[in-house]
Design a protein around this ligand. Sequence first.
Ligand code: ZN
Length: 484
Amino acid sequence: MIRVFWYLIKLAAIVFVAIWLAQTPGEVSLEWLGYRIDTSVGVILLTAFVFGVLAALAYRFWGLLLRSPRSLFDMFDRNRRRRGYKALTKGMVAVAAGDATEAQRLAHKADALLQEPPLTLLLQAQAAQLQGDENAARRYFEAMLEDKETRFLGLRGLMTQSLKAGDYGTALTYARQARQLRPKTPWLLEILFDLSERAGDFPAAERAVKDWARTNALPAPEAARKRAVLLTEQGRRADAEGRREEALRHVRSAHKLAPDFLPANLLMARLLDETQRRREALRFMEKTWAVQPHPELVRLYRKARPGETAIDRVRSLGRLVEGWRSHEEARLALAEAALEAQLWGEARRYLTMLLEAREGRPPSERACWLMARLEENEHGDAKKVRDWLMRAGEAAPDPVWVCETCGTMTESWSARCGACDSFNSQKWTEPQRVGAAQPLALDETPASSLPAPQQAETPSAKPAPPGVPPSPDEAKPPARAVGA
Ligand SMILES: [Zn+2]
């Protein structure tokens, strides 16, 4: 539009000048080299204009003649590079599509056309990997280390190769080098955290988590939990090596980062007691119980108050479980303490509440053992003892540390599952019993009608157990060391 406008303006100007010249006639007389020219001003001006245009055209043509070899070469070069980049792009597409042969062919083509190794090395390495030639791929990755531009990608390739081969030590070396080039890459920080933790370098793992959280790729609560796990593991190691004060420092930090992290809390409770901070230990256990009742707290609480009479123990355990009295673990702890103090009525009361609270689920194993002990000690009723021991055999298993990834059960917690290698996957929970789909539907005595104190003399409807019944002497719960 604007161009049309300008064209019209120019045309108007020329027409105006032509009209003006025609309307203002003048004569020009020229004598030169014996010639004489008589003409009008208009013709002279037109002639001068035509000469000017011809001179400009001649000048441009001359310049073109001088430069032509170079511009021709440039044209060919541009064409070659264009084909090179096209091959590179198509090669990348072939890699993404998993076409190894095509990727390799295009990689060679791109390399020949572009003659810029940094650009084509990655494609060549990926093509080699697609063909399963890891050695060739490694050579390409190593060649990439030479160039500043491709060094990071080369390190990434070598690190990935080491990870795939399970060589975590070498992978960690490459990851550390890569971090120096790009310290804020989230995926790299994640790998650094993982590999440092595997290598037992917990401070380095914690630094990686902190940097990772700073990239905003890791939410703050998750970062805090990861650091708490690392600190707890450090505490466990220091504790195992007899450095209790140091261990306590680590788990205190872990507790601050994630107050609900049970493994840290249990270890902290024990270490507080073992480093002669008894009052703080007892207070901490009571506080922890209110949110996370755990049998280990009962064991530690009893250990922290040695030399108590059985009656005193019933009272002191009452203080421990005060924050959550209705929890199953609280009733178990109180029932056992009452049994030891020979307070049969109280023991039976707690156990009855315990069994009724199961609401149709089979009783827990420890509850069955305690019932058997109660029947033995209070009434010496061998048949009931036998019944309870039978039930213990098919009772719901007591809580343990269960890996949420692979389901493996362990008595003690650790940061990494020994079976499937998952990080922080263990939870304290009742394991799923295999083949216990409908135990109550087949049982003639549902949990809700289990012998309550007033029904103690009612004969059990259960048939006599087959095989040799265990003697009352065996009716004692096995010693358990859970969560230590
Ligand atoms: Zn596992």
